[in-house]
Ligand binder design. Sequence first.
Ligand code: P53
Length: 482
Amino acid sequence: MTKTSGLRPDFLWGGAVAANQFEGGWNEDRKGVSIADVMTAGTATEPRKITDGIVPGEYYPNHVAIDFYHRYKEDIKLFADMGLNCFRTSIAWTRIFPNGDEDEPNEKGLEFYDHVFDECLKYGIKPIVTLSHFEMPYHLVEKYGGWRSRKVIDFYMKFAETCFKRYNGKVEYWMTFNEINNQITYTNDFLVATDSGLVFRNNEDEKTREAAMYQASHYEVVASALAVQLGHKINPDYKIGSMIAFIPLYPATSKPEDILFAEKASQQRYWWEDVQSNGEYPADLEAYFKRTGFRPDITEEDRATLKAGTVDFIGFSYYNTSTIEKKADNPDYKYVGDRESADNPYVKKSEWGWPIDPTGLRNALNYLTSHYHKPLMIVENGLGARDTVEKDGSIHDSYRIDYLRAHIQAMEDAVNQDGVDLLGYTPWGFIDLVSAGTGQMSKRYGMIYVDRDDEGNGTLDRSKKDSFYWYKKVIQSNGADL
Ligand code: P53
């Protein structure tokens, strides 16, 4: 008998990217400027700048990215060669509505995704589409303050409706917002700008940022719930999911306060999923709003919308765990992100400081299943690492294979031993692309190499790394041959 992985026979094996990090063609065929288009390049320690519009002389790595816009045919052929049966990408909002508040969509932008999806389907690759992945129109940021404004719900809905109708018959799986919960770290300029178009240029204090984050988040979960309902009306077979950045939070010690803190911090980090999956705000957040006097604009009608628009599945990214500590100056058990973190001596870290913890993925799958009881999809996972190209052009990325193998094994354990209902696995940046967090090319996740460096030099030629051949074999065996 041949070995089987225990994964469902129709398991979705793919790879994931986002339009702004890999398409390029940033101002072609009437595409508008997105929030990602005004971000410069940074490093592991130096943050990307968010400039006030496009500033001449600055380098914006997402403008050309890896030029998928002009190379999609050859690229999709490579994806097919790898054996993918699905491909997760996003639709650049600014290709469809360049400013975000137009009445009519841009036909050229719509055509581009027709071509991309048709090309995928030709090879039996199912597109899995995120509507909003860090690329809201910059015009909406400037004119409306991003998702601070309720009006943005209508603009988003117009975009969603246009996509749901146009790609009916081509796309079955959708996600409404990418990593909607990154903004819990509202102290970080990048994370609130990419999630919600919140830009703070006047050194706003933490309270102001926090209030803006909760308001923006509320409008987003309402928009998500409306999109779920509308999508199902347009095509009852659509599977529409949420997408959160899942980072299991470990207590630094067994001190009771640390254990409680891990729980309280998870509540703060994951309430978006409670709303999108369960259709209502969790008790601890309602209590927090009361206690602190935050009063987001949440109407009774909004609450009914949330209840009626719960998601069909949960998409999530998993890269690492985080270990946190209840510090003495944190009586309110507040969790923002980095500043509560503690060292974990039991896990190694990547060059960019991200802990490497495959067991954490099994933990994530268990947590999500026991909290929400919905089918799950791992829509991002991977290792950002520097690669060396040998004289003969080969790339021996055994570190990446080791990372992916251990994580796939953990996910199979979760399915076989824990009964998790898992739809698919799409490792992040399976073709090298621009890092979101740093804007670098050198932080590579790919199994396909792209010849481009952090300054924008290189031929943009594609080549296969060792991991390409390895992953192909994994897919062919439906995960049995790791
Ligand atoms: P990069 C923060 C925390 C977790 C995931 O990230 C994150 C971020 C933002 O940096 O982003 C997701 O490129 C995101 C992708 C991103 C990927 O993880 O910073 O959905 O767009 O590229 C990896 O190494």
